[in-house]
Design a protein around this ligand. Structure first.
Ligand code: SF4
Length: 320
């Protein structure tokens, strides 16, 4: 995950919640991908270090357990770049230029110049991130499938050129994640300033919920609402399913106004994030302990990474 700002409900539902579960069945390795963040934030990168700590705090508060899983900062494990170098040499340029996400992001992100050598090679670094640990599986969303496919192609090419079955054929772990829109009904994102962050205070959550866009056809309190055309109702469906039918009734029968309905939703979100917020507040008081966790994690990650790189060097250059 790239440390480019505070984590929000979309990150929790789309990735973190699943990661917490995966710890029960897998040996997991979670990286704060600061080199990936640098590829787009290189003009304003000085805050990436603190963002990384903030992100680790959100992870731990959410249930990522440093005693079970490895948590580390990507730039603390230089072997990522060494493997990226080797993989860069064997990756045909056309594979990268054809990458749909690359083309899409060049078109969509106009606030930064992404016409760089580093950004084109983004999927090669991603492949190195996965292959360095000889990962069998990666939890991803459907939109990331082309990147994983590229990683698998690069792995196959390495295996073909240097050593059969060296890198495993990494499989996706796809999860159905509910999609929660931002308070303005666009994709929830830091860049749109429309997200409810995991670290938001109770007051901020209430303020944000009060601004949420509702059913545009419901003008007066006495007008019956259309829940499926209201963003607030989709929050009920995902975050408070136990009262979604009540909400449906009070909306369609005009028993409650939108202001009250949004207030109830805000209370539900506060409850939902309550445990996380308390845990976060405790960890926040000792940011150095988080730095220690990341250093320890980097040591564990490096011991795996160094072993892989020793084998890679031997496979590529032979014994010397
Ligand atoms: Fe949306 Fe609630 Fe208003 Fe219905 S009552 S339109 S669900 S905010």
């Amino acid at each position: 995950m790239r440390p480019t700002g505070k984590l929000h409900l979309g990150h929790w539902l789309g990735a973190l919640k699943n990661w917490v579960e995966l710890q029960k069945s897998h040996q997991c390795i979670f990286a704060i991908a600061d080199w990936h963040a640098l590829m787009s934030e290189y003009e304003d990168s000085h805050h990436l270090g603190e963002y990384g700590i903030d992100m680790a705090i959100d992870w731990i508060a959410s249930g990522i357990d440093p005693n079970k899983s490895i948590l580390y900062r990507q730039s603390d494990v230089p072997e990522h770049l060494e493997l990226q170098m080797v993989l860069s040499c064997i990756t045909p340029l056309g594979w990268l230029e054809r990458n749909p996400t690359y083309k899409e992001q060049l078109k969509e992100i106009t606030s930064r110049n992404l016409q760089t050598y580093g950004f084109l090679g983004y999927p090669v670094l991603q492949a190195a991130d996965i292959l360095l640990y000889k990962a069998n599986a990666v939890p991803i969303g459907e939109d990331q499938l082309p990147h994983l496919e590229l990683c698998r192609e690069i792995a196959r090419r390495f295996n073909f050129l240097y050593k059969k079955e060296f890198f495993p054929d990494c499989q996706p772990i796809l999860t159905q994640t509910p999609r929660l829109l931002g308070i303005d009904r666009r994709k929830m994102s830091k860049s749109y300033d429309n997200a409810i962050n995991l670290s938001d205070s109770i007051e901020v959550i209430h303020q944000k919920c009060a601004q949420m866009i509702t059913d545009p056809k419901r003008i007066r309190k006495s007008d019956p609402g259309h829940p499926y055309e209201c963003n607030v109702y989709s929050y009920y469906e995902i975050l408070a399913p136990e009262i979604k039918s009540k909400a449906y009734t009070w909306c369609t029968q005009a028993l409650k106004g939108c202001t009250e309905c949004k207030k109830i939703m805000a209370d539900k979100i506060c409850d939902y994030l309550g445990v996380m917020r308390e845990k976060r507040a405790k960890i926040e008081k000792n940011r150095n302990s988080v730095r220690d966790i990341l250093h320890e994690g980097a040591k564990k990650a490096r011991s795996i990474a160094q072993k892989t790189m020793a084998e890679v060097r031997q496979a590529v250059f032979g014994n010397s």
